[in-house]
Design a protein around this ligand. Structure first.
Ligand code: SF4
Length: 294
């Protein structure tokens, strides 16, 4: 958590911002299909921003490409609707340049696990202090429902008329393998529960990953399936990475909640220390930097 928050009611009265969930709605209404899981996620986000009394000018949302990547447009905060699979690289750059801002990357499973998979790995292992919310509906909704890397074997679609035959990936298990220091799973059909996970993710110092099970009502309506096939994760030691990994893989009922959380040094802290150490020796100018290459 980096952003400066409104500390008390007196300070709140001095600003013109409305710190209720409604105050975080932008002037643009969501353009998703009616019933899309994106509505549950954006509503959870409004609520978490209100719970944390976040100043809109201190919060940056960065997305890639896809239906869920439209989300920054619907939130009153800074937004960057970027390039396919590259939200985490841009979010990393913003955080290093402006560490005082709260930065969140958000997008879909296709965006983050296919073309963006490489960046997911490196953002997690670097433990940059940002949050990453992945809205997983197992399809590429924007391009008419092709199966994504989380689609189950046998999934029939126009692009897989004989069924998907590749194994699906498990995003929380990947995040744990990559070294993420906060890993949680939520459900867009439970915005209240998801909102409390997003609050915890924002408060966490380090790379926090929230995997969101979510229906695409047009191409993969999994709402009822997730309602009856998810359960709250059992109490466990959140610092036990092996246990978190086991819990992330269970399929009898898919576990929702915080699977893993540990405090470790972050990339932005290490970068600040490095800048300080280098700055003590001398102030590097652009000319100094290029002089080494002459
Ligand atoms: Fe949502 Fe699917 Fe419609 Fe895209 S196509 S807006 S993911 S319901």
């Amino acid at each position: 958590m980096a952003a400066e928050l409104i500390k008390d009611d007196e300070e709140m009265d001095k600003t013109s911002h409305d710190f209720s969930p409604l105050g975080y709605h932008s002037e643009h209404k969501p353009t998703w299909c009616p019933g899309c899981g994106g509505f549950g996620v954006v509503s959870a986000l409004y609520k978490s921003m209100a719970d944390l009394r976040i100043r809109p000018e201190s919060f940056v949302l960065v997305s890639g490409i896809g239906c869920s990547s439209r989300l920054p447009e619907f939130v009153k905060a800074y937004g960057f609707h970027s390039v396919h699979g590259r939200a985490l690289t841009i979010a990393t750059g913003i955080k290093l340049a402006r560490p005082e801002l709260e930065v969140m990357a958000i997008g879909g499973d296709g965006d983050g696990l296919a073309i963006g998979g490489n960046h997911f790995m490196h953002a997690a292992r670097r433990n940059i202090d940002i949050s990453y919310v992945m809205i997983d509906n197992s399809v590429y909704g924007m391009t008419k429902g092709q199966p994504s890397p989380t689609a189950d074997i046998g999934t029939i679609s126009k692009a897989s008329p004989y069924g998907v035959f590749e194994s699906p990936v498990n995003p929380p298990a990947l995040a744990l393998s990559f070294g993420a220091t906060f890993v949680a799973r939520g459900f867009s059909g439970d915005p209240k529960g998801l909102g409390s996970l997003i609050v915890k993710a924002i408060k966490h110092r380090g790379f926090s990953f929230v995997h969101v099970l979510s229906p695409c009502v047009t191409f993969n309506d999994s709402l009822d399936y997730w309602k009856s096939n998810t359960v709250e994760v059992e109490p466990h030691n959140p610092e036990d990475r092996f246990e978190a990994y086991r819990l992330s893989l269970l399929t009898d009922k898919v576990r929702l909640g915080v699977l893993y959380q540990k405090t470790e040094g972050t990339l932005d802290e290490k970068y600040a220390e490095l800048k300080h150490a280098v700055g003590k020796e001398k102030t590097l100018t652009v000319e100094d930097f290029f002089a080494d290459y002459r």
